[in-house]
Design a protein around this ligand. Structure first.
Ligand code: GLC
Length: 515
């Protein structure tokens, strides 16, 4: 047993609108989540990270919050929240909620008050407003992460306001003490309700470089990447976390912060994990890495070395609601699924924490052919369809082989599901030998009984393959196409993502041996 639950937990991301729909409005809800807690308990996860469920006009699927202390009626109410939390806790599952401090919705009362007030007013000081000098030329060259300029003019044409994301998501001004006070109060609101922590959205945002200087180039910065920008990963952001840490520590129950921080190096990311700041930060290197032994090994080594430097756990992730599902990233079809299972098995044997995105335990693929008229991601609209956006990983889960939206809800789902997904439903996979769901259940159970204490590389079994001892078991992963011999690593197989043939591990597969 490690000292803190969050140093080696398996944490399951629930995307509320696409998980389970109890009230039959086509969109998931808190009561739907509550009804599926037994499923999550059986999967063996330690905690849930819940993407935003707050009051929101849903211009960015809830990452545009209009009231941080209210539940969006589409998802339920505070009573539903309390019941869901109580059931999760009763099942031994912790709950982490999403906090969105970089920006509010334009429908938030603060932004509405800012629009109603005059330039230079205290209301406008909570955001980044700048006077219009030339109506064609914004205050700087920053581009929105979702495409197009990061500045929009107020209706009277007198001022611009900054939005790194959609125009409906104005950036807050973190130089303003009122903003600090408000978020400290929001933290306490949810901590008082009993949540076990927060995932911090755009945790590397919030603080902007003094004077809002132009970026290099044409101002285009990808969020999912490692480019430096005057609005990301500024040193001042750490001061905010130093004020948050003492707040969470006041509460009992070993509660945590996990950062979504895209930085240009693992070293910069580890700064968020200094002992007086945050507990975990997603490692996105494996999300960006091609399926290759060399790329994975490099990312693993760098995460382990940098996080050890600050005493923080490694935090592994392959999929989430912003990136293409890893089955599809690895080529799709049978090969993509085989590789995805191998990569997952690898993650589950690394030292540290593993995040699982809903549906990956069913082997779901990215849905690439959603028609334009059902798409909701602002990226799609702001790039005029040039980027299809993230809806394809947000398609509602299939729970049953047949029926309306495969058991997601009684009246269809907000995004259409592929016809083949009945065969990937939880019902179809439950108890089925060789299913992805049974594979995840077995892998998580074995992981719990064999807790990694470190990582020692062993001699490579082949060119595009590696092997290591994690202190509790020996893992071999074959990224290449050809089988590799594995008899030298052990005799007793704990779990294999694909059957060994004549003592050889097939391409795109992983195996764990008893030590
Ligand atoms: C984060 C979220 C993403 C959202 C963006 C703006 O990256 O994960 O879904 O669109 O922040 O809040």
């Amino acid at each position: 047993m490690s000292e803190h639950w969050w140093r080696d937990a398996v944490i399951y991301q629930v995307y509320p609108r696409s998980f389970a729909d109890a009230n039959g409005d086509g969109m998931g809800d808190l009561e739907g989540i509550r009804s599926r807690i037994p499923y999550l308990a059986e999967l063996g996860v330690d905690a849930i990270w819940l993407s935003p469920f707050y009051a929101s006009p849903q211009k960015d699927a809830g990452y545009d919050v209009s009231d941080y202390r209210r539940i969006d009626p589409r998802f339920g109410d505070l009573g539903d929240f309390d019941r869901m939390l109580a059931d999760a806790h009763a099942a031994g599952i912790r709950l982490i909620v999403d906090l969105v401090p970089n920006h509010t919705s334009s429908e938030h009362e603060w932004f509405q008050a800012a629009l109603a007030a005059a330039p230079g007013s205290p209301e406008r000081e909570r955001y980044h407003f700048r006077d219009v000098t030339d109506p064609e030329v914004p205050p700087n060259n920053w581009q929105s992460i979702f495409g197009g300029p990061a500045w929009t003019k107020t209706d009277d044409g007198k001022q611009w306001y900054l939005h790194l994301f959609d125009a409906s998501q104005p950036d807050l001004n973190w130089d303003n003490p009122e903003v600090h006070a408000e978020f400290q109060s929001v933290l306490r609101f949810w901590l008082d309700r009993g949540v076990d922590g927060f995932r911090i959205d755009v945790a590397h945002g919030m603080v902007k470089a003094e004077g809002l200087p132009d970026t290099g180039g044409d101002g285009t910065i990808e969020m999912i990447g490692t480019t430096q920008a005057p609005f990301f990963d500024q040193d001042g952001v750490h001061d905010i976390y130093r004020t948050w840490r003492p707040i969470i520590e006041e509460y009992e129950g070993d509660r945590i912060f996990v950062a979504e921080a895209w930085t240009d190096s693992a070293e910069r990311r580890s700064l968020y994990l200094r002992p007086d700041e945050l507990h975990q930060a997603f490692n996105f290197d494996l999300v960006l890495a091609p399926f290759s032994a060399a790329d994975f090994r490099k990312a693993i080594d760098s995460e382990i070395a940098n996080n050890a430097g600050v005493g923080a756990p490694c935090t592994w992730v392959l999929s989430n609601h912003d990136v293409q599902r890893h089955v599809t990233r690895y080529g799709g079809g049978a090969q993509g699924l085989a590789r995805a299972k191998a990569a997952t098995q690898l993650l589950l044997s690394l030292p540290g924490v593993v995040y699982v995105y809903q549906g990956e335990e069913l082997g779901l693929n990215e849905v690439l052919d959603l028609p334009a008229e059902v798409r909701e991601d602002p990226t799609f609209f702001r790039t005029g369809g040039a980027q299809i956006g993230r809806d394809g990983c947000r398609v509602p889960l299939p729970w049953t082989r047949e029926g309306s939206s495969f058991g997601f809800g009684a009246n269809g789902s907000w995004l259409p599901q592929p016809a083949e997904w009945g065969a990937l439903s939880a019902e179809a996979e439950d108890g089925t030998e060789g299913s992805t769901l049974e594979f995840y259940r077995a892998a998580i159970a074995i992981r719990k009984a064999h807790k990694a204490t470190g990582l020692t590389w062993l001699a490579d079994p082949g060119e595009d393959a590696f092997a290591f001892d994690n202190g509790a078991l020996v893992a071999v992963v074959n990224f290449g196409a050809d089988p590799v011999p594995v008899a030298q690593y052990g005799t007793e197989v704990l779990l294999a993502s694909a059957d060994l043939v004549d003592g050889q591990l097939p391409g795109g597969a992983a195996v764990w041996f008893e030590k």
